[in-house]
Design a protein around this ligand. Sequence first.
Ligand SMILES: N[C@@H](CCC(=O)N[C@@H](CS)C(=O)NCC(=O)O)C(=O)O
Length: 345
Amino acid sequence: MGFVPEVGVTSTVAVTAAIALFATTLTLNWPRVRAALLELALPKPNSSLLPASQPLDVPATDEVREPGVVYLHTPYLRSWGFPNASPFSTKLETFLRMTNIKYRTIRGFNLNSAPKKKYPFIELDGARIGDSDLIIQLLVARFPLCGCSDSHLSPSEKATAFAFDRMICESFNFVTGYSRNYENFDYTLAAYTYGDVASLATPPPPRTLLQSLFAAIITRTIKKRTFAKLQAQGLGVHSRDEIYAIGNRCLQAVSDFLGDKEFLMGSTPSQVDASIFGILTSTLWIPVEFPCKTYAYENCPNLHKYLIRMRDRFYKDTLADTPWYVGGALAAKMELEPATTTDEK
Ligand SMILES: N[C@@H](CCC(=O)N[C@@H](CS)C(=O)NCC(=O)O)C(=O)O
């Protein structure tokens, strides 16, 4: 009988030591653990929407890198039939597609491996470079004959294009961020996780208990982080109505300036079109409804047609046969046809 308490003490010490070891390991490796959790929880590219072949995609583990080739790291690919659920990845890939620069895509989601802790980033000639805008400027300098230095624009047109670019990337993008990553994050997560064409008509499959717990933690974390970012950036101090009114003004400005033109600056695409396409597809074509999207469909019909034009011009090879999304219940109500044709111009 005398050894029973001893066993009890021994096992208590062992369990405590194991918990302490586990907690220490978790704390020391928290960035990796968090990245792994995000990787698990965040949506994977929806294979049912991927075209049969992805000639440009290389496995993340493939270490072979050709000099002079751009390796574009991106979290998703071809979600919902549009290029990328990450707006800035769409922007950068669209820019690359406008040029004759050779590139490959690498899918993954590990913010710690990104030089600026954000996606997209590229690898080029042994260096990792972050920020879509800085990357574009670097590529234009590195590949002077790339065909997208905007040399067809006058200095004053370049200034106008730059102002629109900043408005979309630095102002409007935060409005969509407020909707996607704060106000509607529960829905965004569901849409990202189960975002395929079938799930638009039918609700996503019920989550298991563990998945629900996970989703609740992720939702809380992302909402908190987004709120802090929006506060720091400035948009977060406004009311909901004010935030969406700011977004609507941006959309209206793009729509008015675009008018009947093929591309923002005329009949030739320029860098700003890549930015607008990247950020606006994430507004008009994402299966999350919010006031700016309603506003765009109701007041700026030329924007939707412009996006279709861009998509058909630059993604015909990979998205042509892919079912895609144009705006859920709202688009259906407005009887917008899925754009499977190219003669919208
Ligand atoms: N200014 C950056 C913005 C990039 C950006 O916001 N990326 C998002 C995905 S589209 C991201 O990585 N978000 C993760 C985070 O901010 O933690 C650029 O132009 O590349």
